[in-house]
Write a protein that binds this ligand. Structure first.
Ligand code: ATP
Ligand code: MG
Ligand code: FE
Length: 339
C-alpha cells in the first residue's frame, strides 16, 4: 500500500510517499523561516500564501523522487486540522483535488494523530497501548494511545505548550527564530543550575502542565544573567516538569507497554535523555522518532493515513478543515470543569 501525505498546518510545507511496510520512498519539505523571521513568529497569512506556492512543486518532486505517479498511489492523506486554518485549507484542498482527479480515496488526518503515530513509523515493534508525551509548538499532552483513532487524554497544559515556552524564551533572550533549536544550542554553553526558576505544578497529583509562570520568570531575569545560563536553566526546568508529570501519568497508565515522546520538542536532546532514563526506572521501552520525524513533516501524515486506510477509514471530499480538533473529544468536554 502506497500513501501520499500532505502537511501544511503551520509553517512547514511537506509532501511524502510512505508504504504500509514503513518505507519512506520520498519526503520533501519546505521551511518558511526566512519569511517569518522578521516578525519573530509565524504570521498566518504569510504562511498560507507560502504553502500555496510551495505545495504543488513539492508533490511533483516527491513523486519523482519515489519514481511513481499518482496512479500508483492507493490513497491521499492530508492534514485536515488542527492548525492555522489558511494553511490547513491549502493542504486539504490540494489533497481533495488530487484525490478527485486521480480517482483515489481521501484520508483526512488529524495533525496530532500524525505526531502520535509517528513513533510507529520509526519503530516496527511499538505496539498499542503506549503512553505518549506529545510535546509540540501548540500542544503539551499525555495520552494513552490505545489504537488508531483511540486516544485517552490523561493531561494537558493549563496555559502554554512546551514548544511555545521554548519559542518565547528564545525571543526573550534574543536567540532568534525558530526558538527551540536556538535555546538548545545556547544551553550547551550554560549552567543548568545557574538561574533559579520555578517548576510549575511539579509535585501535584494530576499530571497536568503549566509553563506560563516559568516563561514570566525568564522574562524577569533576562539581561540579569548570561543568556546561555538562562537558556540552560530554562531547559532544565522544562525537562524537570516533563519528567515529573510523565512519572505521575505512568502511575495512572499501568497498561502502557512503552513510554513514547513525539512532536517538535521531542527533538530536544535533554528532553529525550531524561525521558529515556524515566522509562528505564519503570522497566519500560522508550521510543522517540528520529529528529526529522519529530518536527512537522509529511511522512507522519502519510503514515497516519496508511494506518487509517488499513483500518478502512476514508473521508468525503466535502470534509471541512478544522482549526481546532482534539484527539480525545471526551477530555475536551470536561475541560471547562477544571482542565
Ligand atoms: P502542533 O503540532 O502542536 O500543531 P507545531 O506543528 O507548530 O504545533 P511542531 O512542528 O510539532 O509544532 O514543533 C515545533 C515546536 O517544537 C516549536 O515550538 C519548536 O520551538 C519546538 N522545537 C523544535 N526543535 C526543538 C528543540 N531542539 N528543542 C526544543 N524545542 C524544539
Ligand atoms: Mg514549524
Ligand atoms: Fe506539529
Amino acid at each position: 500500500m502506497l500513501i501520499l501525505g500532505l502537511e501544511s498546518s503551520c509553517d512547514e510545507t511537506a509532501a511524502a510517499l510512505v508504504t504500509d511496510k514503513r518505507e519512506v520512498l520520498a519526503h520533501r519539505l519546505a521551511r518558511q523561516d526566512e519569511a517569518h523571521r522578521p516578525f519573530g513568529g509565524v504570521v498566518p497569512e504569510i504562511a498560507a500564501r507560502a504553502h500555496v506556492e510551495a505545495l504543488a512543486p513539492l508533490v511533483e518532486a516527491a513523486l519523482a523522487d519515489a519514481g511513481v505517479t499518482l496512479a500508483d498511489v492507493d490513497a491521499i492523506a492530508a492534514t485536515a486540522g488542527p492548525g492555522l486554518i489558511g494553511g490547513v485549507m491549502v493542504g486539504l484542498v490540494t489533497g481533495k483535488a488530487l484525490a478527485h482527479a486521480a480517482g483515489k480515496p481521501l484520508v483526512a488526518v488529524n495533525h496530532l494523530e500524525g505526531h502520535a503515530l509517528s513513533p510507529r513509523l520509526a519503530d516496527p515493534d511499538l505496539d498499542f497501548p503506549y503512553l505518549l508525551l506529545l510535546v509540540s509548538g501548540g500542544h503539551c499532552q499525555l495520552l494513552l494511545v490505545e489504537g488508531v483513532g483511540r486516544y485517552r487524554r490523561l493531561a494537558t497544559t493549563i496555559d502554554d505548550a512546551a514548544g511555545e515556552a521554548f519559542d518565547k524564551t528564545a525571543k526573550l533572550l534574543g536567540l532568534g527564530f525558530p526558538g527551540g533549536p536556538a535555546v538548545e544550542r545556547a544551553a550547551k554553553d550554560g549552567d543548568p543550575r545557574a538561574v533559579p526558576l520555578p517548576r510549575p505544578l511539579v509535585g501535584s497529583g494530576e499530571p497536568h502542565f503549566s509553563f506560563a509562570g516559568l516563561k514570566s520568570d525568564v522574562a524577569r531575569k533576562a539581561g540579569k544573567f548570561p543568556a546561555a545560563d538562562l537558556a540552560a536553566s530554562f531547559q532544565q526546568a522544562v525537562v524537570d516538569c516533563l519528567v515529573d508529570r510523565t512519572r505521575i501519568a505512568l502511575g495512572k497508565a499501568p497498561q502502557a507497554s512503552a513510554l513514547v515522546v513525539a512532536g517538535g520538542v521531542a527533538a530536544n536532546g535533554a528532553v529525550r535523555g531524561a525521558l529515556e532514563a524515566l522509562a528505564g526506572e519503570h522497566g519500560l521501552r522508550f521510543v522517540a522518532p528520529p529528529l526529522w520525524l519529530c518536527t512537522d513533516n509529511a511522512a507522519m501524515i502519510a503514515w497516519a493515513g496508511a494506518e487509517r486506510f488499513a483500518a478502512g477509514l476514508t473521508d468525503p471530499l466535502d470534509l471541512a478543515a478544522r482549526p481546532r480538533w482534539p484527539l480525545d473529544p471526551d477530555a475536551e468536554k470536561v475541560r471547562g470543569a477544571g482542565v
